[in-house]
Design a protein around this ligand. Structure first.
Ligand code: AMP
Ligand code: ZN
Length: 111
């Protein structure tokens, strides 16, 4: 499949890894908008958040638990944001579900 993040998961495109296990990969965003900007992706291809079902509950819970660990590891446990853009109009540019973990500076209001 012609998917950028599937290629990163497969190691065909390099990334700066922050965490990996059998279900998920976390890597540093290539264009960070804050001192800490990590993308957390499921290894299995899911297009976007509105394709998640109850069957993915453990996967999503795991992603949030790993995000909390990464926030601690990168020193932003007291202030970070986790977000996912669903669809082009929301700013989604890569059609493989990913959660942004952002922190390390004062974050403005959501817009
Ligand atoms: P979104 O706009 O929510 O779809 O987020 C896609 C993110 O992927 C953006 O923040 C990009 O900077 C990031 N990105 C695109 N290509 C790469 C890459 N090769 N390695 C790491 N991050 C990337
Ligand atoms: Zn993919």
């Amino acid at each position: 499949m012609d998917c950028l993040f599937c290629k990163i998961v497969a190691g065909e495109i390099p990334s700066k890894k922050a965490y990996e296990d059998d279900q998920i990969l976390a890597f540093h965003d290539i264009a960070p908008i804050a001192p800490v900007h990590i993308l957390i992706v499921p290894k299995k291809h899911i297009n976007r958040a509105n394709e998640l079902t109850e069957a993915d509950a453990a996967l999503v819970g795991h992603i949030f638990a790993v995000a909390a660990n990464l926030a601690r590891e990168y020193g932003v446990a007291d202030g970070f944001r986790i977000l996912t853009n669903n669809g082009e109009s929301a700013g989604q540019t890569v059609s493989h579900l990913h959660f942004h973990l952002i922190g390390g500076r004062k974050l403005g209001e959501m817009a």
